[in-house]
Design a protein around this ligand. Structure first.
Ligand code: TA6
Length: 280
């Protein structure tokens, strides 16, 4: 890992988690004696101001390209700004809580003219529980789209399915067309889908005998992404065969199908994602 890349490493009797100052980005969640839960690109760039490929990037205050100005960062600026460690304590045996904060600055105001306070709460035990709290510190309402863009590690993408999306409408970003999911989602090519879905789904990985349950709260969309071979080869911080060992399942307010959030002055909005693991 590069020098001058400050991060917090939290370990307890159950698990460990690593959170970078850059982007407030979780870039490791490991349960004792088990394969990693999150995928981190072996070609990731560990540099302030650069989006780290893998872990759980925070997409905020917009998801995807900026709706009006393509010169602004993809997925917003939160994941490339320096966050501050706000608090850190053991709430119970084997349960450690930490919180990180990002507030508006001249730099953020130049990209997005609103006063805000963004707080990330991370609770690590046998599970990983994440809360992203947006507070409007301005005199007028503002609108956000956002995502907790989790990259999950899988033993082999060919032995994986995602349950819990059956019957849900989704937009296939690669074609712009809408469809309805039939049965479990199997990843067998480039997959970039935004589901109108806000409940639990399960990543069933038969190659390592594990189910990861993703329980969102406050989201209106679930995004599933795997670049597959060709796109992986086009990404400089993504190994050509990296697509075999990852899939993104994101709790989002994606902006698609009207899934946006308006926060009034002085008010807060919370996006949550709880990650649980079971053997199968
Ligand atoms: O996960 C959905 C998505 O918007 C995909 O379209 C793809 O662009 C991915 O995010 C990764 O985005 P990034 O800017 O991190 O390369």
């Amino acid at each position: 890992m590069a020098v001058n890349f400050p991060y917090l490493d939290v370990s307890n009797c159950n698990a460990s988690v690593r959170v970078a100052q850059n982007g407030g980005q979780i870039f490791g969640f490991d349960r004792v004696g088990e394969p990693p839960v999150l995928w981190i690109s072996p070609s990731a760039i560990y540099k302030s101001g650069v989006a780290l490929r893998g872990g759980i990037p925070i997409c905020w205050p917009w998801f995807g390209p900026h709706p009006k100005d393509e010169s602004l960062p993809q997925h917003g600026f939160a994941r490339i700004m320096p966050w501050e460690l706000e608090d850190f304590y053991e709430s119970d045996k084997g349960v450690t809580v930490s919180s990180f904060k990002l507030t508006d600055s001249k730099q953020t105001m130049n990209m997005w003219p609103h006063r805000f306070e963004l707080t990330l709460h991370v609770e690590v035990s046998k599970a990983l529980k994440i809360r992203l709290v947006t507070k409007n510190k301005d005199e007028r309402p503002f609108e956000i789209t956002q995502a907790l863009h989790s990259y999950f590690f899988v033993g082999d993408i060919g032995q994986v399915e995602i349950d819990g999306l059956d019957g849900k409408e989704y937009v296939d970003v690669t074609t712009g067309k809408s469809h309805v999911q039939k049965g479990p989602l199997v990843i067998d090519g480039e997959t970039d889908r935004i589901y109108r879905h806000k409940t639990t789904c399960r990543l069933v990985d038969k190659s390592i005998g594990r189910t990861i349950t993703v329980e969102p709260k406050g989201s209106g969309s679930t995004v599933v992404w795997n670049p597959w071979k060709e796109k992986a080869c086009s990404l400089p911080d993504f190994p050509d065969d990296g697509y075999r060992n990852m899939v993104c399942i994101e709790a989002a307010n994606s902006g698609v199908m009207d899934d946006k959030v308006v926060v009034d002055p002085g008010q807060e909005y919370t996006l949550e994602k709880n990650i649980y693991l079971d053997s199968i």
